[in-house]
Design a protein around this ligand. Structure first.
Ligand code: PEP
Ligand code: MG
Length: 911
């Protein structure tokens, strides 16, 4: 038996999205649960892949399509290509993953001179007939025949101008007839052939065009940006659906809706509709639609049916739906449904509420929210105390605030955005081909279209701020400017948009970080209950620790003590320590640093109490605290020139005073002072040269430094343990952890541990108490992984330093690789991901697994975590869970993402 490529809606398996695409599967499912869906069929993604592979439709496909068309004719009583009661169809793309607007759709297929006459006769509505016809010629011409859309727009505008109307609704049947004739000419001129009259030929061309759109630039860009792999979606299905018309008069309408508000998550009817219009008018923003609430007054019975439809959809799919419908002469049809793309605010609120309503379980509520999307909730808001007056106001289409330079086309947005500039893409309306401009922009502003227009939907999906339909702004993209009343906005002028209330401002307005919503707190609370991994934060100062705690960190997993020295009053003391000529001088500087570090530790321990704070002893090479050799050379040269000039000025002044018998005062710095600064700088220069290393990242750093200059580590250990003792004395329960960096052998750990024991004994005696703390090792060298069994005999915990471990495993410099060859490696697929961002499971991951196994063989209770950058990345967190780690530690603002990702890791791997 030959392969089956086509399924009627009544027979397709609603769960088989890979074969039928999301839209097709849903149309089958909706039909089979009894919703009023126009009859139709789906051509499978398999057919698409074969077509793309062989550059020809699979054998037998056209015959199969023909049979299904015959079935449609039977079901509807209409005839495809027939003049009396013509059957018209839409031809729509739809892959396994929703890619809104990325591929092509053709409406009103089946119209030709003859069926057009039939349609007009049958409906008695000439205007309607020509309206459908001109729409079909344009869409088919553009998508299936590759005719430039502007050629059609040009003709259309000309007729509108001549008729003196602004919107197409003002055009008469004759105008539309004229437009249709012009469009036919456009096609003929552009292709050298007449517009195809044979409806089966139309269908064949359309199916091929939709298949080809899978490999179109828009679709490829989209898949790359959203990491849609062939395993997730391969090829597009084609849905052939009986046309129903929302433009058959005032008892007809078309609309789109979400089952909940996708911006806020609120449980309410949400959407827009247009009376006497086709679906594309709503999505393209050509006419500004009405909010669905108005339908309750305008068409109360249909509104009731719509509410029923929405409730059925959500109850059935247990997920917020984004649906499209058409009302044809008072009958409501559901044309499409798919899981609604909501922003993170909407997802979080609806998750918590849908659990409360008994629609979904807590696990489903957690799994609905993509951890990376929580990043959106960490977006800034406009400072509410700002006094700026908005320049214009549009619809609040996607929340968040953004400032940037105005740009008026997507290419320019991409160009400037790539160069690191912040831009706002300003358009009259956006189209799918603008997608690359969205990626590059901070926010989107349009002067036309509603909250479900292309701009709004795409921006929300990306979590970017969007103000849509700001009608007070006239955008002139050709001249690269926009007019707002008297004011002209030119490319490069800075504006701020607030996607939460629709306001647009001139200039940049300060923003404040967002606050956690109660719903997010609830959801993250569930995540903590569900997860096995604990989530700690990397925080180096009391301020960072406070932020981390606010974000729900369960402790500090890495305090890089060297960063505590960065404050301006501390750095000179550190430099003094480095310049010390002997141990006594070094000790004197360390004595000055001790109280500063101790106080920081006291503050951090108290902020985090009773949670652990993992303090890492000094790690970077010393020269990082000193100026560069070149800077010192320049400074010394400058000082010497100054000294000469001062000498000259002093001599000149003396001569002048002698001549005039005056006593003018010389205000230059004294020569002695300049000399002493020069000798200090020269000393620094000698030190910089002495400390110079060819490979400093593999050089005199980490525990090697601590062993060479034991007094440095001793000061830090003292700071930590005295701070702990002070806290205990104050009745605060603290859990400090001392961590040693760059370890390669257990001997190093023993060496440092001996120092710790000595200081501990002394402090315990002095304070008369016993200290509780842990002693552990970073694992960030390959040798440490190999010797993990030995290290675990001394260390009570391990923390993977995957920044250095990745550097070591790949022999990639972590400082340089990302600016040099790594982008090429990832773009060309040599490496799938940047290993400094996403844990390299196949290399570094193997070392980690080996380490955990060896370590726990020695000490089954060994606590193991990760504190490299990858610790905040959801995919890496999943690996960490699978490797049996106890915790991940990441930057404070990623903690919420990591908490949810930790729950996902558990729920997805241990169901
Ligand atoms: C690491 O190497 O992963 C780490 C956390 O330490 P640092 O980045 O400070 O070297
Ligand atoms: Mg490191």
């Amino acid at each position: 038996m030959s392969k089956k490529y086509v399924y009627a809606f009544a027979e397709g398996d609603g769960h088989n999205k890979p074969l039928l695409g999301g839209k097709g599967a849903n149309l089958c499912e909706m039909t089979q649960i009894g919703l009023n869906v126009p009859p139709g069929f789906v051509i499978t993604t398999e057919a698409c892949l074969e077509f793309l592979d062989q550059k020809a439709l699979p054998m037998g496909l056209l015959e199969e399509i023909g049979e299904h068309i015959r079935n449609l004719e039977q079901q509807t009583g209409k005839q495809f290509g027939g003049a009396d009661n013509p059957l018209l169809v839409s031809v729509r793309s739809g892959s396994a993953m929703s890619m809104p607007g990325m591929m092509d759709t053709i409406l009103n297929l089946g119209l030709n001179q003859e069926t057009l006459r039939g349609l007009i006769q049958q409906t008695g509505n000439q205007r309607f007939g020509y309206d459908a016809y001109r729409r079909f010629i344009q869409l088919f011409g553009k998508i299936a025949l590759g005719v430039d859309d502007h050629l059609f727009d040009h003709e259309f505008d000309e007729v509108k101008r001549a008729a003196g109307v602004k919107a197409d609704i003002g055009l008469s049947a004759e105008h539309l007839q004229d437009i249709s004739a012009r469009f036919l000419r456009v096609v003929h001129d552009a292709t050298g052939k007449p517009f195809p009259e044979n409806v089966f030929e139309q269908l064949e061309i359309a199916v091929k065009a939709v298949f080809n759109s899978w490999m179109g630039k828009r679709a490829i860009d989209y898949r790359r940006e959203f990491h849609i792999t062939p395993a997730m979606a391969n090829g597009t299905a084609v849905n052939v659906v009986t046309m129903v018309f929302g433009n058959m008069g005032n008892d007809s309408a078309t609309g789109v809706g979400f089952t909940r508000n996708p911006g806020t998550g609120e449980n309410e009817m949400y959407g827009e509709y247009l009376v006497n219009a086709q679906g594309e008018d709503v999505v393209a923003g050509i006419r500004t639609p009405k909010p669905v609430a108005e339908m309750a007054k305008e068409m109360p019975e249909l509104y009731r049916q719509l509410v029923e439809l929405r409730n059925k959809l959500e109850a059935h799919y247990q997920e917020v739906q984004d649906y499209e419908y058409t009302i044809e002469k008072g009958v409501l049809y559901c044309l499409q449904t798919r899981n609604g793309k909501m922003n993170a605010t909407g997802m979080v609120r609806s998750s918590v509420e849908m659990f409360g309503e008994g629609l979904i379980t807590k696990e489903q509520a957690l799994l609905r929210v993509n951890p990376s999307h929580l990043e959106q909730l960490l977006h800034p808001r406009l400072n509410p105390s700002h006094k700026e007056k908005p320049l214009a106001t549009g619809l609040p289409a996607s929340p968040g605030a953004a400032s940037g330079k105005c740009v008026f086309d997507a290419d320019q947005a991409e160009l400037l955005g790539r160069g690191g500039e912040k831009v706002i893409l300003v358009r009259e309306e956006t189209k799918p081909e603008d997608i690359h401009g969205f990626f590059a922009s901070q926010g989107i502003l349009t002067s036309r279209g509603g909250k479900t227009s292309h701009a709004a939907v795409v921006a929300r999906g990306m979590g970017k701020a969007c103000v849509a339909g700001a009608e007070g702004i006239q955008v002139d993209s050709r001249s690269r400017l926009a007019r707002v009343g008297e004011l002209t906005l030119r490319e490069g002028d800075i504006i701020t948009i607030d996607g939460s209330n629709g306001n647009v401002y001139l200039g940049e307005i300060p923003t404040i970080p967002p606050k956690f919503s109660e719903e997010l707190k609830t959801l993250l609370g569930w995540a903590d209950e569900a997860a096995r991994l604990k989530v700690f934060a990397n925080g180096d100062t009391p301020d960072m620790a406070a932020v981390a705690m606010e974000y729900g960190a369960m402790g500090i997993g890495l305090c890089r003590t060297e960063r505590m020295f960065n404050a301006s009053e501390r750095l000179p003391v550190v430099v003094e320590m480095i310049l010390a000529r002997n141990t006594e001088e070094r000790q004197a500087s360390l004595d000055k640093l001790l109280p500063m570090q101790r106080q920081d530790f006291i503050d951090m321990f108290k902020i985090c109490a009773p949670r652990p704070v993992t303090v890492r002893l000094l790690d970077p090479p010393m020269h990082e605290f000193l100026p560069s050799e070149q800077q010192l050379l320049d400074e010394i040269e400058g000082l010497k020139e100054y000294r000469l000039a001062v000498k000259g000025r002093a001599a000149a002044l003396a001569a002048l005073n002698a001549l005039q018998h005056t006593h003018a005062v010389n205000t230059d710095l004294s020569e002695d002072l300049v000399n002493s600064v020069i000798s200090k700088k020269e000393l620094m220069l000698r030190k910089v040269r002495e400390l110079h290393e060819v490979n400093p990242m593999l050089g005199h750093r980490g525990v090697r430094l601590g062993i060479t200059y034991p007094e440095i580590y001793e000061m830090q250990i003292r700071g930590i343990l005295e701070a702990a003792a002070e806290c205990v004395k104050d009745g605060v329960e603290v859990s400090p952890e001392i961590m040693v960096p760059q370890v390669i052998t257990a001997q190093e750990l023993k060496w440092v541990k001996a120092g710790v024991d000595k200081v501990r004994a002394e402090i315990e005696q002095r304070y008369g108490l016993s200290l509780k703390f842990k002693f552990g090792s970073m694992v960030e060298t390959v040798r440490a992984c190999c010797r993990a069994g030995d290290l675990a005999g001394i260390a009570e915990f391990f923390s993977f330093g995957t920044n250095d471990l990745t550097q070591a495993a790949f022999s990639f410099s972590r400082e340089d690789a990302e600016n040099k060859f790594l982008p090429l490696y990832t773009d060309s697929g040599i490496l799938q991901d940047n290993p400094f961002e996403v844990l390299d499971v196949k290399g570094v991951g193997v070392l980690m697994q080996m380490t955990v196994e060896l370590g726990r063989r020695t000490n089954p209770d060994l606590k193991v975590g990760i504190c490299g950058e990858q610790g905040g990345h959801p995919t890496s967190i999943r690996y960490c869970h699978e490797f049996g780690l106890n915790y991940v530690s990441c930057s404070p603002h990623r903690v919420p993402i990591a908490r949810l990702a930790a729950a996902h890791a558990k729920l997805l791997t241990e169901q």
